[in-house]
Design a binder for this molecule. Sequence first.
Ligand SMILES: [Zn+2]
Length: 377
Amino acid sequence: MLTQEETARYSRHIILPNVGLEGQIKLKNARVLIVGGGALGSPVALYLAAAGVGNIGIVDMDEVDVTNLQRQIIHTNANIGKLKTKSAEEAIARLNPLVKVNVFNTKLTSQNAINIIRKFDIVVDCTDNFPARYLINDACVLLGKPIVYGSIFRFDAQMSIFWAKKGHCYRCLFPLPPPAELAPSCGEGGVLGSMAGIVGSIQANETIKLILEAPDTLIGRLLILDAWKMRFVQLKVSKDENCSVCGKRPTIKKLIDYEFFCAAKPQQTSDFKDISVTELKKRIDKGEKINIIDVREPFEFEMTNIAGSVNIPLNSVVSCAGEIDNSKPSVILCKSGVRSVYAINILKNGGFKGEIFNLKGGVMEWAEVIDKSMVKY
Ligand SMILES: [Zn+2]
């Protein structure tokens, strides 16, 4: 039931046929955990609180810093130096004192994640680093909870819902983290402040729809935004049966050390040469027999690829190495020529004997120089 005060406050929801009184009661009873009280966490927390989501948890251990205020709109100048959880709790109380806020002034870790997440129905991933994303993913797969995912970097963003019960998880899409040195943070790479508003609002929107049991959510889809060109691309994604946490034979059955997982990398090899896209094109045109191996994820390969290339996603390189004909030279490629070096290291460390080239600049360079009709992303 709703009180008179609540009925008045949420009247613009209640008159929506898709929400109604019943939907508003669902929102009131919902328990949503926001991990990260920063850029994305700000709009998510404010919109969920305004919408009357009755129980909101926020996990963050940081204090408000002046450099946060360009995008973290839940915090204010007056709260510099204050804990972000405290600052967010105050902002929510000012906006809507009817919702309960439960703050966790801690970092989410392999030790506390299960106990914290267990108390909530939905987790909104508003973090900004890979160890946290894999940790949240694995904990939610183990607990059967959905994650409303968003990430922003510079002008680029990705959004999805990970729910192993109904579709893919984060690991199905990204089985391996990018090499640690290639995972810049917003501190290093910068981010346009308003991106947080766009993406956080979409996360709040999808969270509300999950609570209302709406049919068309981001389950099974990855939404990619290039805000500089203002283009949304949508990809269909499905569960990977071989996923190490939600697949048929999972190897991850409890939480692991995520800092270590994301920092681990194979020993570097220098036993390969770069090849330019023009050189590769020349050799293909001459009719030379070359293995062209694209190590991007299947959804990326499906979107755009070089004719004649074969897709062996990075996490399958070890198991598929034996199928590569090493009597011919192999050109390894990815989006921009970084993951391919990682794949070459895996192949060489695994004892691969053939001649190997790394395609400099990857598929995007090919799309820039050789085939301008190709999709760029
Ligand atoms: Zn999975």
